[in-house]
Design a protein around this ligand. Structure first.
Ligand SMILES: Nc1ncnc2c1ncn2[C@@H]1O[C@H](COP(=O)(O)OP(=O)(O)OP(=O)(O)O)[C@@H](O)[C@H]1O
Ligand SMILES: O=C(O)[C@H](O)COP(=O)(O)O
Length: 395
């Protein structure tokens, strides 16, 4: 992949695809990790006299304008971190975007509105995506791919635009790939992957492949309930991917055949409702009441997972073990994070919320070998898949 040093950016308009998908509470950014991670590449371009046009997505507005997902608060925070104004375009490729980028001087920065307000960004139809990509590419002369957390998405800004403009990988993408490559090239064993979080349907797909690579797979968070249900247990109102139960039964069989230790929760915190102050009890994972939802792994599971991590030599963790945003349901995530901090294995945490959880729980960031900005992206990289956003950056 070409890097920033291979592009002559002075006086030229450079479109940077960043991953600025940060957690928000209203308009308040609750963790700015991904914005911070995007700063070095943007700063390098500023220092080299480029006119920098940043584009990114936030949440999943599904091709419609929804101010709840506006990137405006992100533009303000990016400006604070860069120490200079960031002009904000109120649309993606419309009049506001065009006039904003045309008014940029050398060393100035603009941020476009949420790419996912445009249906073309995520369209499965190549022609529709291509048409939007041409409009986006028309805003700049050069392209830098630096949104590592989104490189697994075949989206216009990730995959199609680099075909239309001279391009390079930004520093974040180069650094992330450097670390994750270590996990794909003969990792020291035992190699343990811990999976949780809420993007269950997205991430179940990676398991088939991971089962050929790891020694142990620990499954918690919202991911666990589809496994418990597949084993025939009641999961109440817990997060469930009902249409993937057969696939998950297949994973359970495959793990047994391959001798992979697939470890599920033995107890959970079952809550009456999804709320920070929800009444809840510790119940066996095999006996979740029908009117309850599992919002965290229980104390026995925390111990079990910690014991499965104790002798690991390589660990990759994506997805919180519970709804860590609510203090009452953050204990499982804390237990796994602490087990990793205590371990002398090569430990990588990946994902927007997983990294945010480490910071929210005030765990030492240097207690991990690497904190990746990519969750789904890292997992798919570890699967050994060709990722659209990386393939597009190759020469
Ligand atoms: N049992 C559960 N029920 C519901 N939501 C859960 C549960 N456990 C965890 N979560 C939620 O999962 C979310 C994070 O999941 P997600 O898969 O997006 O992880 P991530 O680290 O952000 O990865 P990525 O970068 O791929 O998005 C958190 O907001 C957390 O509250
Ligand atoms: O949070 C992430 O993993 C990335 O920003 C990609 O977001 P997505 O899963 O909505 O495509």
């Amino acid at each position: 992949m070409r890097t920033l040093d291979d592009l002559d950016v002075k006086g030229r308009r450079v479109l940077v695809r960043a991953d600025l998908n940060v957690p928000l509470d209203g308009e308040t950014i609750t963790d700015d990790g991904r914005i911070r991670a995007s700063v070095p590449t943007i700063k390098t371009l500023v220092d080299r006299g480029a006119q920098v046009v940043v584009c990114a997505h936030l949440g999943r507005p599904k091709g419609k304008v929804d101010q709840k997902y506006s990137l405006k608060p992100v533009a303000v925070r990016l400006g604070e971190l860069l120490g200079q104004d960031v002009a904000f375009a109120a649309d993606v490729v419309g009049d506001s975007a065009r006039s904003t980028v045309e008014s940029l001087q050398e060393g100035q920065v603009a941020l476009l509105e949420n790419l996912r307000f445009e249906p073309g960004e995520e369209s499965k139809d190549d022609a529709v995506r291509g048409e939007f990509a041409r409009k986006l590419a028309g805003l700049a002369e050069l392209y830098v791919g630096d949104g590592f957390g989104a490189v697994h998405r075949k989206h216009a800004s990730v995959y199609d635009v680099p075909e239309l403009l001279p391009h390079a990988a930004g520093g974040l993408v180069v650094a992330e790939v450097d670390v994750l490559r270590k996990l794909t090239k003969s990792p020291e064993r035992p190699y343990v992957v811990v999976l949780g979080g809420a993007k269950v349907s997205d991430k179940l797909g990676v398991i088939a492949n991971l089962l050929t690579k790891v020694d142990r797979l620990l499954i918690g968070g919202g991911m666990a309930y589809t496994f418990l249900k597949a084993q025939g247990h009641e999961v109440g109102r817990s997060l469930l991917q009902d249409d993937q139960l057969d696939q998950v039964r297949g994973f359970l069989n495959e793990a047994a055949q391959r001798g992979v230790d697939l470890v599920l929760p033995v107890d959970v915190l079952a809550a009456v409702t999804f709320a920070s102050d929800a009444e809840h009890d510790v119940v066996d994972a095999t006996a979740i009441p029908a009117d309850r939802e599992g919002l965290d792994i229980g104390p026995k599971t925390r111990e079990l997972f910690a014991s499965k991590l104790a002798d690991a030599r390589t660990v990759f963790w994506n997805g919180p073990m519970g709804v860590f945003e609510f203090d009452a349901f953050s204990g499982g995530t804390r237990a796994v994070a602490e087990a990793l901090v205590a371990s002398d294995a090569f430990t990588v945490v990946g994902g927007g919320d997983s990294a945010a959880a480490v910071r929210r729980l005030e765990l030492p960031e240097d207690g991990f070998s690497h904190i990746s900005t990519g969750g789904g992206a890292s997992l798919e990289y570890l699967e050994g898949k060709a990722l659209p956003g990386l393939a597009a950056l190759e020469d």
